[in-house]
Design a protein around this ligand. Sequence first.
Ligand code: FES
Length: 110
Amino acid sequence: MSWIDIGALDDIPVRGARVVKAEVGCIALFRTDEAEVYATTNTCAHKGGPLSEGIVHGRRVTCPLHNWVWSLETGEAQGADEGRIATYPVRIEAGRILIDGDAVGKRSAA
Ligand code: FES
């Protein structure tokens, strides 16, 4: 893995999200707790809703369009919903968020 610095942890409020652009498309970063961040595609697998505008609860996000619930850990749909969204490895180091550059391609813009 080649880790890329994509911003400060404190730029994302707890239970908030932020979007970064990468070769694979828009990536949503979700801060689920004080020191916990997950990265997934920003595009809902149902009908393309912007997941970063959804509601973060626990380690899940509810899509703002039709309320499907996705696991931020595995990308799998929860409950009766079906499908999977892409997830990407992230880690936090010294207050910075690092994402696996090999998984997302080179970031083009913040
Ligand atoms: S587009 Fe996300 S639930 Fe329909």
